[in-house]
Design a protein around this ligand. Structure first.
Ligand code: ATP
Ligand code: MG
Length: 359
């Protein structure tokens, strides 16, 4: 389709015989904000470097705007990159830094000045033309780096943890600004972060990566509410994972059984058979702890802690699995040592790690 700006087809890459990317497939549409999310070393930067042409894949193809650019030099690609350390030219002022891309393309001085002005206004740094990078704050420098990339009006902008070095408050503010800029200019962003909250707030789609593969690609809501694997469920929003078997099935409600007890989950259109092993992901804020309940998974309260406006209660289930429940508020009547049951609504338990054909 013509609005597909980027297509990665079965990309594989090894360094010194060690596989780093194991078959990466991704398409990005015009104006889409896609985040690569995953733990350190899973291959995020390598993926970006292959898109930018700074690395060559061992196998697979990189299509940009429908053309196979797998072997093309970086400067032949309509792609710009903003790296984490946002290296500005230290000896050039803000205006010269931002205008650099147009200058090397030998555009007229007047046009460059106009474009720089537009970019400065876009990143809300009007009046900063003559400042040197050393006279800017981290967030301002970051905005200059982004303006310097955007002035080339690339179809595709790659951002490798661009907010990683900023403090939390500035980071939140820059997230909003970046998102606003991206929507306004309609540029496709491929964005890297470790920060799952950042991924959830900014992205149109998130690609959760593990060991050089995408475990799941979906909207923030899909990835959060219907994780496909236990890794995705844990990495995005730290879900609890419980293991058991299918006890019985009644229409869409499946009864799950473990040595800690029984609870139900919604089949979500998949088929299950009694006795089948099943793994469930359950969000801590969607489970409840009840004393004296008839059903649910039995356990003992281990500890209570309060952080980020949430009370977390850790329960050790009778099959030794730890289950964390969280809810708003400072305290609960539960105390360590209390016997409780973990209960949830069937639609809040998501079956994960199912065979492909069952998904
Ligand atoms: N040029 C290289 N030579 C050898 N190994 C490399 C090279 N570049 C990356 N690697 C290895 O490839 C793996 C993936 O690296 P990559 O930089 O893509 O990870 P990442 O997901 O970006 O991690 P981080 O979140 O820490 O930045 C790592 O194990 C890394 O050591
Ligand atoms: Mg990296």
């Amino acid at each position: 389709m013509e609005d597909i700006i980027l297509s990665l087809q079965n990309i594989r890459k090894s360094f010194s015989g060690i596989p780093v990317l194991n078959g990466i497939n991704l398409t990005a549409r015009q104006g889409e904000f896609i985040t690569l999310l995953g733990a350190s070393g899973c291959g995020k930067t390598t993926t970006l470097r292959i898109i930018a042409g700074l690395e060559t894949p061992d196998e697979g193809h990189v299509l940009l705007d429908g053309q196979d650019m797998t072997a093309a030099e970086p400067n032949r690609r309509d792609v710009n990159t903003v790296f984490q350390n946002y290296a500005l030219f230290p000896h050039m002022n803000v205006e010269a830094n931002i205008g650099y891309g147009l200058k090397i393309r030998k555009r007229p001085k007047e046009e460059i000045r106009e474009e720089v002005k537009k970019m400065l206004s876009l990143v809300q740094l009007t009046g900063y033309e003559k400042r040197m990078p050393s006279e800017l704050s981290g967030g301002q420098r970051q905005r200059v780096a982004i303006a310097r990339a955007l002035i080339n009006r690339p179809k595709l902008l790659l951002l490798d943890e661009p907010l990683g070095a900023l403090d939390l408050q500035l980071r939140r503010q820059m997230q909003q600004e970046l998102k606003r800029l991206q929507k306004k200019l309609g540029i496709t962003f491929i964005y890297i972060t470790h920060d799952q909250e950042e991924a959830l707030t900014m992205s149109d789609r998130i690609a959760v990566m593990l060991d050089g593969r995408f475990q799941q690609i979906g909207t923030p809501a899909e990835v959060y509410e219907t994780p496909k694997t236990s890794y995705v469920a844990k990495f995005v929003g730290s879900a609890n994972i419980v293991y058991g078997t299918v006890e019985s099935i009644q229409e869409e409600t499946v009864v799950f059984s473990s040595t800690a007890g029984q609870e139900s989950f919604h089949s979500r259109g998949r088929s299950f058979t009694p006795g089948q092993p099943v793994t469930l992901a359950v969000r801590g804020e969607q489970a409840r702890l009840e004393k004296g309940a008839e059903k649910g998974l039995a356990g003992t309260v281990k500890e209570k802690s309060f952080s980020g406006g949430m009370l977390r209660v850790a329960v050790e289930l009778s099959d030794q699995v730890e289950f964390i429940c969280s809810r708003h508020g400072i305290d609960s009547k539960l105390e360590p040592g209390d016997k409780v049951r973990v209960v949830w609504e069937p639609e809040h338990a998501c079956p994960v790690d199912l065979e492909e054909e069952n998904q």
